[in-house]
Design a protein around this ligand. Structure first.
Ligand SMILES: Nc1ncnc2c1ncn2[C@@H]1O[C@H](COP(=O)(O)OP(=O)(O)OP(=O)(O)O)[C@@H](O)[C@H]1O
Ligand SMILES: [Mg+2]
Length: 260
């Protein structure tokens, strides 16, 4: 298989936002027939070029609304770029948001089947991995409860356990580690290390910059849909923290704490 995992060439993505609130389908149909539906355009990604090779663990950082989740959705093929091309090689296991691919009325066990089937695994493969998935999730008897009784951290545990039970070519994590407790985060990080050794590509979006430095070999900084910086994780996180004033900054006559 090629060493190229992800390649984006001039990728832009435009969301259409309805200008007026249309409360019913009837009104929608009237506006549609009159040709008076008005939309605003929001360019969430602007002319992005990115190449990721197999085995890289890439951190993606940036402020709220910078375009991180949108970028992950383009790479997962949930959204098609409005401009440019996205080439993705291999099988993807995405966790794009908490609870995606789950049914809240089904039990944890039933959701393992549902979610793993959506990821493209067969019933036989799922049965073979079931015990491991349940053990890794650490959910104990809760695995037989409906998902609506789960906390955010418990949903994240289950989602991560399913997506990583098989080594995918590309694992995509959007803020998944943020809600897990310390024990689970440690186990996730251990699993990410083993994935890296197995040659999987990992994309990790996180506002936890120390998790990015700890787990990622490389990092990109998105700002208003554009690539602001790309390089070694430590270096990019340092630049980002400096700009956003979350780190003590050098000051004439000594170090002063940054304004919060
Ligand atoms: N479904 C959507 N429809 C319209 N606009 C959207 C949609 N999803 C996101 N946006 C807009 O696109 C921009 C980028 O959003 P995105 O969710 O990618 O940001 P993000 O970097 O993941 O932010 P956060 O750190 O808050 O998760 C934002 O301005 C947001 O308002
Ligand atoms: Mg997001």
């Amino acid at each position: 298989m090629s060493d190229l995992s992800i390649r984006l060439d001039g990728v832009s993505l435009c969301y259409r936002l309805a200008k007026q609130r249309i409360p019913s389908f009837k009104e929608y149909a009237i506006h549609f027939l009159r040709g008076s539906l008005a939309y605003e355009q929001l360019w969430a990604l602007k002319d992005l070029d990115l190449t990721v090779v197999r085995g890289e663990t890439l951190g993606i950082i940036g402020r709220n609304g910078a375009g991180k989740s949108t970028l992950l959705k383009v790479i997962s093929r949930v959204l098609k770029p409005s401009k440019g091309t996205a080439t993705i090689n291999g099988r993807i296991a995405p966790i794009l948001e908490l609870g995606s691919g789950f049914d809240y009325e089904l039990t944890g066990l039933e959701n393992v089947y549902l979610n793993a089937l959506l990821l493209g695994h067969t019933r036989k493969e799922i049965i073979a991995k079931m015990d491991e998935i349940v053990a890794f999730s650490g959910l104990g008897d809760f695995i037989r409860s409906p998902l609506r009784n789960y906390s955010s951290g418990m949903q994240a545990r289950l989602g991560f356990s399913i997506a990583t039970a098989w080594v995918p070519d590309i694992l995509i994590l959007d803020e998944v580690l943020a809600v897990g407790d310390a024990t689970f985060t440690d186990r996730c990080e251990e699993r990410l290390r083993s994935f890296r050794q197995a040659g999987a590509t990992v994309l990790l979006v996180s506002h936890n910059t120390s998790a990015v430095v700890k787990n990622c070999t490389r990092c990109i900084w998105l700002d208003d849909g554009r690539m602001k910086a790309d390089g070694k994780a430590e270096e990019i996180v340092r630049l980002y923290m400096r700009e956003h004033g979350t780190e003590p900054v050098e000051h004439e006559g000594g170090r002063v704490p940054a304004a919060s």
